[in-house]
Ligand binder design. Structure first.
Ligand code: R5P
Length: 293
């Protein structure tokens, strides 16, 4: 069994040579069957190959998170501006109109609250229920290096295995525990493990140094996580860099719903992701929309 990678040979990621995508527009998805491709093509825009997901699943550990106190009032009006929604089945059933028509990436893990060890999770949604709600993808997080690393990786593997039976892809989220260093070396390890075990796309954090090596060494699409609320221009800049360095989209929560104008911010992020708009222009666009509302 390989242990720590101690080779003295320098790693070569070939960051300037994108992975070929024969048979389908998404990296690593060419050999998947029809149902998988159909669902992935609902999440990722086939014209740009990218997605803007809005993450509103925070309540499953955090309760009524700031900005998500009343999803019916403040978040449902935003949903038409997103390509896909990442949320729990409780919020989907209780609050989201079935007429909305947006693909759902369903948070399927749960267990601890923010008061306990966060990696102590189990799978909390049966595949039959996910099918009943016609989800486009299943998701849970893995804590590589965390206290319950093996369990969270197994949770992901279980979702992948059950989803494969029904043509439903799985998004793996790389959670970074408090004791971990959030750098390219760590995220390369986490993302690659998720892809090796079969995740169809991976959500991870942006790091300013060597992000493109995380993308290059992950054979499936990588989408950028948002993280803590930043000033709008900084968040737009982070999204821009991630996209230019190879991310296939973003899945942002607090940087959208805790913005002064969530609707304007979501649309500005859309410009960055789908139209390669530069951060400064996207910020001007954000301000224009904000001032109109
Ligand atoms: C992490 O696993 C979860 O998906 C979060 O609940 C959520 O996606 C975080 O979003 P953000 O960091 O952009 O607020």
């Amino acid at each position: 069994m390989p242990g720590e990678d101690t080779s003295q040979k320098e790693k070569e990621f070939f960051v300037n040579i994108p992975q070929q995508t024969p048979g389908f527009f998404l990296k690593g998805a060419g050999h998947l069957e029809w149902g998988m491709k159909y669902r992935l093509a609902r999440i990722f825009n086939p014209k740009t190959g990218r997605t803007v997901m809005i993450a509103i699943d925070h309540g499953y550990v955090q309760g009524p998170t700031t900005g998500l106190e009343r999803i019916d009032l403040t978040i449902v009006p935003l949903m038409p501006f997103a390509d896909a929604l990442m949320l729990t089945r409780g919020i989907l059933r209780a609050v989201v109109p079935p007429t909305l028509g947006k693909p759902v990436v369903m948070r399927c893990s749960g267990g601890p609250s923010i008061l306990k060890e966060m990696s102590d999770e189990e799978i909390a949604v049966d595949i039959e229920d996910a099918i009943r709600m016609d989800v486009a993808a299943l998701t849970c997080q893995v804590f590589i290096g965390g206290i319950h690393e093996t369990r969270t990786v197994n949770n992901m593997a279980k979702l992948i295995n059950t989803g494969l039976r029904y043509g439903i892809p799985t998004l793996a989220v790389t959670a970074v525990g408090k004791e971990m260093v959030r750098d390219a070396k760590y995220l390369r390890l986490a993302c690659r493990i998720c892809a090796e075990l079969g995740a169809h796309f991976v959500k991870t954090y942006y790091v300013p140094e060597d992000f493109e090596t995380i993308v290059a060494s992950c054979p499936v699409p990588l989408i950028m996580a948002g993280g803590k609320k930043l000033p709008e221009l900084e968040a737009l800049t982070m999204a821009y860099r991630a996209i230019q360095e190879g991310a296939a989209g973003v899945d942002m929560g607090r940087n959208i719903f805790q913005s002064e104008s969530p609707q304007a911010m979501l649309q500005a992020i859309g410009k960055v992701v789908h139209e390669d708009m530069k951060p400064k222009d996207a910020f001007d666009y954000y301000q224009t929309l904000k001032n109109k509302s």
